[in-house]
Design a protein around this ligand. Structure first.
Ligand code: KG4
Length: 367
């Protein structure tokens, strides 16, 4: 399914200087972004930091397997990439010849999926004779906070800030010192938060991805109905595999006594699971914010769609004087607008990528 997310062509202001740009101040900079790190094929056009289009093709093929199948993902990317790029240019009312650079997700992610976007970006940039910009997917999730939709009242975090990145593949606390200087100060040592939602949802018989279903059902459940194990991990790191196992054992033991246990307690189970995951995420974030004395706190990644996590952000903001930043939903899940935005910042700094660079599956702590 292709989703459109484009805004009206804005009035272009002069390019802002961002760390030593070698770009003419009056020339608009137009970047095509390409994202293919997991199971969403996406292309977007950004001009001077303002999003003109953001097209995402979701891959429904994985739902029946209960998780992303890497080989199917890369095949679907191959089918989607050309129509998605075409649609992004059309929605932005931009011709190929207007592009100044092509930005692409180089990693981390599934290698087969990344190869499709990387190869397309290289070929496209070379054919047009324009620079190629490689983008770290995690850095892009953070910089999604800087995408402009051309609205007057947009808020952007100031530096330094902390960003909680919670998605299907990542749970990290990132210390963001500038657009180009970020450090992962805490991360999961096993499962990601989204994975914990999805795996526990699966054992309750909910469809994949389970996070949104748990969120919906939890609204009518009692979060204190069941006590689940909270991990005790040093520093700012997370762990969700113990929680997942304790949830599995709870279900196994109770189903022995009552085969209808899950159906009869589904809402309470979802509420208890969700509140435990959110407590774990927020407690570490609070510790990091206190230790570093940072009050600008941002949220990113697919799990940020969770209504209780959003509420927790608002509550912590009120209780602890945090200025919180939660981006629009379209910029929290995997999308190419954040890739184009990150590419824009790198373009202004003159950071380009040779055609010989290969994608990477894993990343280091310094983004
Ligand atoms: O960032 P994202 O789109 O891509 C991956 O990293 O895969 O995140 C997807 C994750 C999935 O685990 C999904 O279950 C979770 O985000 N998610 C949610 C909600 N919406 C999406 N988790 C909890 N509550 C939600 N409302």
């Amino acid at each position: 399914m292709i989703q459109k997310n484009n805004v009206q062509t804005p009035h272009f202001s002069k390019t802002s200087s961002c760390g030593g740009a070698s770009v003419a101040a009056d020339k608009p900079v137009t970047i095509l972004g390409i994202e293919s790190s997991c199971d969403d094929t996406s292309a977007a056009v950004i001009r001077n930091g303002v999003m003109l289009s953001n097209i995402v093709a979701n891959q429904n093929v994985h739902a029946k397997y209960g998780g992303v199948v890497p080989e199917l993902a890369s095949r679907a990317h191959q089918q989607n990439i050309i129509p998605v790029v075409h649609e992004a240019l059309k929605a932005a009312q931009v011709d190929k010849s207007d592009l100044d650079a092509v930005a692409f997700t180089r990693g981390p992610g599934l290698l087969g999926s990344l190869l499709v976007g990387t190869s397309f970006a290289k070929g496209f940039a070379q054919a047009l004779g324009i620079p190629l910009v490689d983008v770290n997917h995690l850095q892009a999730h953070v910089l999604a906070h800087f995408i402009s939709e051309g609205k007057p009242d947009e808020r952007k975090p100031g530096f330094p800030f902390l960003c909680l990145l919670a998605s299907g593949g990542n749970s990290q606390i990132i210390h963001v010192r500038s657009h180009s200087d970020m450090e992962v100060i805490g991360q999961t040592i096993d499962d990601a938060a989204g994975e914990a939602f999805d795996k526990c949802a699966k054992v309750m018989g909910l469809p994949y991805p389970g996070g949104p279903h748990v969120d919906r059902l939890a609204k009518e459940g009692n979060p204190a109905a069941f006590r689940l194990n909270k991990p005790q991990i040093a520093g700012y790191d997370y762990s969700f595999s113990g929680l997942k196992t304790s949830f599995l054992y709870l279900l196994r033991d109770r189903i022995k006594e009552n085969p209808d246990f899950v159906e009869e307690n589904l809402k309470d189970l979802c509420a208890s699971l969700q509140s435990t995951i959110i407590d774990v995420l927020m407690q570490k974030l609070k510790k990091a914010a206190d230790d570093l004395n940072i009050k600008q706190i941002a949220l990113a990644g697919g799990v940020s769609a969770n209504s209780a996590l959003r509420q927790a952000f608002h509550d912590y903001g009120e209780n602890y004087g945090w200025e919180i930043y939660i981006p629009p939903f379209a910029f929290t899940t995997d999308n190419a607008a954040m890739i184009a935005m990150t590419g824009y910042f790198k373009y202004l700094r003159g950071e380009f990528c040779p055609l010989t660079e290969a994608p990477f599956a894993r990343t280091s702590n310094v983004l």
